[in-house]
Design a protein around this ligand. Structure first.
Ligand SMILES: [Zn+2]
Length: 102
């Protein structure tokens, strides 16, 4: 039987998932059993990640120890850009409201 790892934060059993490196297809992004590791792969890059059902945090194994694992950073950057766009939109709406007042 495979060793079971528990979330250091909430003690829930972690689900083992495969990490895929390189360019990802939309199918891979939708696949809950695959973690996207980004395009950079080194000899130290983990092949599997462990995800907590509860807090959804990702962990990788490093010499038998669980270490936090960050998902593909490119996706995180896209989220950031989206947030900035939303802020600009809000500012524009505020400007329009100001014009109506005068
Ligand atoms: Zn957890």
């Amino acid at each position: 039987m495979a060793k079971v790892y528990k979330c250091p934060k909430c003690s829930k059993i972690l689900q083992k998932k495969r990490i895929e490196y390189g360019l990802s297809s939309p199918e891979m992004q939708d696949d809950e059993n695959i973690i996207l590791g980004g395009c950079c792969i080194t000899d130290e890059s983990p092949k599997f990640a462990y995800q907590c059902f509860n807090c959804e945090k990702l962990f990788a194994l490093d010499k038998g120890e669980l270490i936090p694992f960050e998902e593909d950073e490119e996706i995180a950057e896209e989220d950031e850009i989206e947030k900035i766009d939303n802020d600009i939109e809000t500012l524009e709406i505020l400007d329009l409201l100001d014009d109506e007042l005068f």
